[in-house]
Design a protein around this ligand. Sequence first.
Ligand code: F6P
Length: 491
Amino acid sequence: MTDDTVRLLLQLADEAGVAAKRDAMFAGEKINVTEGRAVLHTALRQPRGAQVLVDGHDVVPDVHEVLDRMATFADAVRAGEWLGYTGQPIRNIVNIGIGGSDLGPVMAYEALKHYAQRGLTLRFVSNVDGTDLVEKTRDLDPAQTLFIVSSKTFTTQETMANARSARAWLLATLKDDAAVARHFVAVSTNAAEVGKFGIDTANMFGFWDWVGGRYSMDSAIGLSLMLAVGPDGFRELLAGFHEMDEHFRTAPPEKNLPVLMGMLGVWYNNFFGAETVAVLPYDQYLAYFSAYLQQLDMESNGKHVTLGGEHVDYQTGPVIWGQPGTNGQHAFYQLIHQGTKLIPCDFIGFCQTLNPLPIPGGAPHHDLLMANVFAQTEALAFGKTLEEVLADGVDPEVAPHRVFEGNRPTSTLLADRLTPHTLGALIALYEHKVFVQGAVWDINSFDQWGVELGKVLAGRIVPELGDAESDLAHDSSTNTLIRRYRARRGA
Ligand code: F6P
């Protein structure tokens, strides 16, 4: 980026009203217009004593009331004081949730495992495929297992199915409905449905409709994470989020990281036609980070109409993908270096490792890892010309195959150390990058109607699969598939 590019991109951000839209979000205006909701995940990390009004009501005390209840509960479980039905302490925690009620907690648990209480086993069940629940519970003792049913709506098919099966798994051993109260807690905005399921609402941790599912990991949805890293670790994470929120809210555009990252993405997406963005964390603990960002970015900005309902005539959100380095280097980097597609990449690395591991007679693991970051971004930017290849003495017939054109864009985020604070700031950075881009594209980054049709159709098809005689009125392709399945399905 030249200074001129930055100037023009910031001019575009200004014309798109990014700053005013940001201020409207922080102020609790109902910017999620299709659902008539405020968008206030930033309130979840406000310090005690701050004020954020929703319809005239200050929500910050509510946020801290839930955080305090979570902390009391987490301390009791971590200290072995929360006892299961047979009087044994809890050793295993299974979060049941999907989408935003799974991806944030599992990503952050993996990211912060270094800080986790290792005596607790954490598992995350999301898929409605029974295999997920079966495999993740098969070696657990029900008497020592706590399920956290995490669902904003408490109506999501996958989560409710897994929760019912988990209850059956528990009761198959403990054989008393009263055991449910000691082994199930809920995280939801829907107290009525939680009660109907049979979970005591005293064991429910709430949040609010102004928290979008994919922006909810720092609400009570993060309970599993708090159990793992403790209330102090969780609060450190929130402080990291808040620091980035404040930076986004107050820093001038030319020094504002989410604004610059967002506009850079707009430049590649809309001016260079880049269809995808690769996110490449060089840290094994961030193994789930790209998967988390897929929901954050693609569910937010995968939209085809403007806020006013007009079909866009420009590209909106990119495809997000990636894997931790260095594994990707031996898989898909070939295409990034020499393929025909432009793939902007975010490299993420840390100066200090949490697991220093010397290698006898050589550089330590972390230097090997980070050397790869700097080598990849250098190679992608500057490449290797035909002349340079030939000067190495390469056979002229092979030489063209060994040319790297370079000029392939990357951004490198280099932080000191992966801590809860750094992770919070990193996630908030991406949240706000997504916000900036949605603002420029004039779309609603906070609804997700695109997931509805499939849900409705699946709901209609479920009874048809179990009833071999019922008439089918789908298209011929779907009818044939269902008939084949009905004829051959197992028990
Ligand atoms: O996939 C749609 C979605 O609504 C996501 O936005 C959300 O994170 C996920 O389903 C789970 O929803 P819930 O927390 O209500 O179970």
